[in-house]
Write a protein of this length. Structure first.
Length: 230
């Protein structure tokens, strides 16, 4: 009995560390997705859109949920430019969740990466609400791919959120209208060790970035160090 008790205690002590490691892996995978996409010459996200964005959301390796017909569920991260006007350096990442109908590009169990840019303050406030339905609570459009000149379209200029996907090596704009996003508070607790919402982390800056976020923030601060509100 004593041995069983010791083993049980060891497992209980190990669970928080394992959960934290899972969220750290999520941050690292999100950084890799961004690095791959930003590094695409003439095929990635237009850099002028990244400069105009107030928040970046990344969902790496989203797969269809087997328990819901045509449904999908993904976990990722969100980081926003700090300061009340969203024009400072990029914030510590908060854990985020994506839920919704079939996203169309998942074939044969292939995972799909999603990147979303939140383009204005109204969109950022919508995303930071308890749960936002894309296309209803916040307007969303498929993001353009390639050179900056391709970003000067009416739908791009008016959308609060722009979205892209990558599946089987193909990167393209995709609309996630009908899906929902929310703060993954359980993931935040696992990562930071206390109850926190995305607003607490991204807007209020209640915790510093974890070491696992250094590559992600270094990439964003190097690629898009300043917000261009034009």
């Amino acid at each position: 009995m004593k041995r069983i008790t010791v083993l049980s205690m060891s497992l209980l002590l190990a669970l928080p560390a394992l959960a934290q490691q899972k969220e750290q892996t999520r941050i690292k995978e999100s950084a890799q997705v961004l690095r791959d996409i930003v590094g695409m010459p003439d095929k990635g996200i237009p850099h002028d859109l990244l400069d105009k964005a107030e928040c970046v959301v990344v969902f790496p390796s989203v797969k269809k949920a087997a328990f819901v017909v045509g449904g999908s569920y993904g976990r990722g991260i969100i980081t926003c430019r700090k300061s009340p006007n969203f024009n400072g350096p990029w914030s510590a990442p908060a854990m985020f969740a994506l839920e919704g109908a079939s996203f169309g590009l998942q074939i044969g169990g292939q995972a799909t990466d999603f990147v979303l840019l939140v383009m204005n303050e109204q969109g950022a406030k919508s995303v930071m609400s308890s749960k936002v339905k894309l296309g209803a609570d916040a307007s969303i459009a498929a993001g353009p791919v390639g050179r900056a000149t391709s970003a000067e379209t009416d739908i791009v200029m008016k959308a609060q959120i722009l979205s892209w996907s990558r599946s089987r090596g193909v990167f393209a704009g995709i609309s996630l209208a009908g899906s929902t996003m929310r703060s993954d508070n359980d993931g935040n607790k696992s990562l930071y060790g206390k109850d926190l919402t995305a607003t607490d982390i991204v807007i209020d800056g209640k915790v510093p970035p974890p070491p696992a976020a250094r590559p992600l923030l270094a990439l964003l601060n190097k690629t898009s160090p300043k917000h261009i509100n034009k």
